[in-house]
Design a protein around this ligand. Structure first.
Ligand SMILES: [Zn+2]
Length: 351
């Protein structure tokens, strides 16, 4: 969010201006909660505020809803149905809430679904996932400050450092000396992305709210230790992403590390042959791999792609021209395809 907008929102916050209800939420870094503009609590200092346009963004950034202004339940129109659902998640935010939990909690399923979606712009399961992701990110952030503190006072080899390390990753440095990956967040026009990388290559690039991202990270943690931080690979991909989103970069050069079966790798390599701005169908892709009957297996391998945008699974659409699914959500797929179409033409004109 730009500085001017932040200042405007901060003034609205000080004024408890009800006209700004729903336009922004404020995360307070000192308390870890997020509020609506009219919160009756004492107002934080400007430098401790982070402003978000949606409650979902505030959740993903690891803030929890304020108990006083209850930013997730509008004071006048929150239904009992929605309240029961939100309270259930707040009482057990780390649980992997599923659709059957939703059904158990609701006396009137279809009304609850409609009200929930209307209130939050997402389903109950998506809401619970955002909340969990926020907790995971918070743990990484807290781990980061612990490790930095230890490093700053020169305790690299102390047991304190090992404890800090183990607390975040459930692993100790001695066990982990082989493979340490760094994880960093970067903002894009389509929302925050997470990159995870070794010194040799990028292992993961995903939208922070992607379905199943936590499980992907969990799987990686079985093989690697992941700590917050940066390396040259992360610097490189962030710079390239900037170019990509500006429309000036069409091919990524940052080294990548593909982790999957031989078949999955062949599918991903085939994806990377689809030129910028163009699309293929699953059938095209399966045929290119020499097995036109393997459409489903190809689709599954596309879904297992951990390097969004770089391995352009967004360029695969249905045979009938419909967009089909996308791990980062169909609106993002649509945006990416339009973006590439626009800049592909520009490029052709110039050359
Ligand atoms: Zn509040």
């Amino acid at each position: 969010m730009d500085d001017l907008k932040s200042k405007e929102f901060y003034q609205a916050l000080l004024d408890k201006n009800p006209e700004y209800e729903g336009l922004f939420y404020v995360g307070v870094k000192t308390t870890g909660v997020f509020c609506r503009p009219t919160c009756p609590a004492r107002k934080p200092k400007f430098e401790n505020c982070e402003f978000y346009k949606t409650a979902k963004e505030a959740l993903i950034a690891s803030f929890r809803p304020c108990l006083r202004c209850k930013p997730l339940s509008h004071p006048n129109c929150v239904s009992d149905l929605v309240k029961i659902l939100v309270d259930a998640v707040e009482n057990n935010p780390e649980k992997r809430w599923k659709t059957h939990d939703f059904k158990e909690l609701c006396s009137d399923e279809s009304t609850a679904r409609r009200q929930f979606k209307k209130r939050f712009g997402m389903t109950f399961v998506e809401y619970a996932r955002s909340r969990r992701m926020g907790i995971a990110i918070k743990q990484i952030r807290e781990g980061e400050s612990m490790i930095n503190a230890q490093l700053n006072i020169g305790y690299e080899s102390s047991s304190g450092f090992k404890d800090a390390f183990a607390k975040i990753m459930g692993n100790t440095p001695s066990k982990a000396h082989l493979s340490i990956l760094k994880a960093a967040w970067c903002d894009t026009p389509l929302g925050p992305m997470l990159s995870i990388s070794s010194d040799e290559g990028l292992h993961l690039l995903e939208f922070a709210d992607r379905r199943g991202l936590e499980r992907e990270i969990e799987r990686m943690r079985h093989k690697f230790v992941i700590i917050p931080g940066r390396n040259t690979m992360i610097d490189s991909i962030e710079q390239e992403l900037e170019g990509y989103f500006e429309g000036s970069l069409k091919t990524f050069q940052t080294p990548i590390h593909l982790q999957g079966s031989a078949f999955q790798k062949s599918v991903w390599e085939e994806l990377m042959r689809i030129p910028y701005g163009q699309t293929r169908s699953y059938l095209d892709q399966a045929t290119a791999l020499g097995s036109p009957s393997a459409c489903r297996a190809v689709a599954n391998a596309n879904g297992a792609n951990q390097l969004a945008i770089i391995i352009p699974c967004h360029r695969i659409i249905r045979l009938n021209g419909e967009l089909g699914g996308y791990g980062g959500g169909v609106p993002r797929k649509e945006w990416l395809l339009e973006h590439e179409k626009k800049h592909e033409k520009k490029y052709e004109k110039k050359t």
